[in-house]
Design a protein around this ligand. Structure first.
Ligand code: ARG
Length: 262
């Protein structure tokens, strides 16, 4: 995670970002700290990336890399405004002792567009990550990569439209209308029992959530997801990241998951 010390909305690279709307920075910080503290209370380890001035979107740490089996696929950002973040992430991993750190050849926005389940890596394309990054990820991770076409600009990253609830059981929730008809059919075939989110909950960015197999941390406004999550045996934990929503991100965007080598 990366604290939102320099968070601002000074440019607009997704429909959620409106530079004319002021951001309450102390409130953004408090909301982010609540999320961090929640992870710690659940017994998770939180590593911190030092924020850099001039990189206001760094708080969305999920985008900086994808780590599977301790192998780090660095990001390559679609927009110039975020380009410099990629090297900061790679440097962090090298300094932390990770030896397999790959500088990506093709545009990919880390876990914004890569979601890791037990069997597959799901990969979004259409707005940010290049379809060519999917082959690169498959070769690097040695896991089958399933390409999915995103068609609605509000759901510009895969992690705004789909969430892995339990990565040991291929259990996900998603919002079908964010995907092309063919990709919808692929998801229905791979995940026939998925939790299907309603429009209202998707629009509250409710799918930008983190599941650890037992708990699901999600935007609290996505009220319609709580009951179906409980029915499946998960404990939903509502978070308020309203200030960060002004940048187009919530729980998952603020969280990069470091999947260690087995
Ligand atoms: N303002 C950021 C951008 O548009 C938000 C990134 C959200 N991150 C995510 N994992 N979806 O790039």
């Amino acid at each position: 995670m990366c604290p939102p010390a320099h968070f601002q909305v000074t440019y607009s690279i997704n429909p959620w970002m409106d530079p004319s709307k002021p951001v309450d920075l102390p409130l953004a910080m408090t909301q982010w700290e609540d999320l961090r503290d929640r992870y710690l209370a659940l017994g998770h380890t939180v590593e911190l990336l030092a924020p850099r001035p001039g990189l206001p979107d760094m708080v969305f740490a999920a985008n900086g890399a994808t780590v599977v089996d301790g192998r780090v696929l660095g990001a390559r950002f679609a927009h110039r405004e975020r380009e410099a973040e990629a090297a900061v992430h790679r440097d962090w991993f090298r300094a932390a002792g990770f030896t397999e750190v790959h500088e990506a050849a093709h545009v990919n926005e880390g876990e914004g567009d890569f979601a890791v389940t037990a069997s597959w890596v799901l990969a979004g394309r259409g707005f940010r990550s290049s379809p060519l990054s999917h082959g690169e990820a498959q070769e690097f991770f040695g896991r089958p990569v399933i390409g999915l076409d995103l068609i609605d600009p509000r759901y510009y990253h895969l992690d705004t439209a789909l969430c892995v609830l339990d990565d040991t059981a291929d259990e996900i929730m998603y919002y079908p209308d964010a995907f092309s008809p063919g990709s919808r059919a692929v998801l229905a075939r791979l995940f026939p029992d998925a939790l299907i989110a309603a429009e209202k909950d998707a629009a509250a960015l409710g799918l930008n959530a983190v599941g650890d197999g037992r708990h699901v941390l999600l935007p609290q406004a996505a009220v319609g997801l709580f009951e179906p999550l409980r029915d499946r045996g998960f404990e939903p934990l509502g978070m308020d990241l309203g200030e960060l929503l002004k940048g187009g991100g919530s729980v998952k965007c603020c969280t990069q998951e470091i999947r260690a080598a087995a």
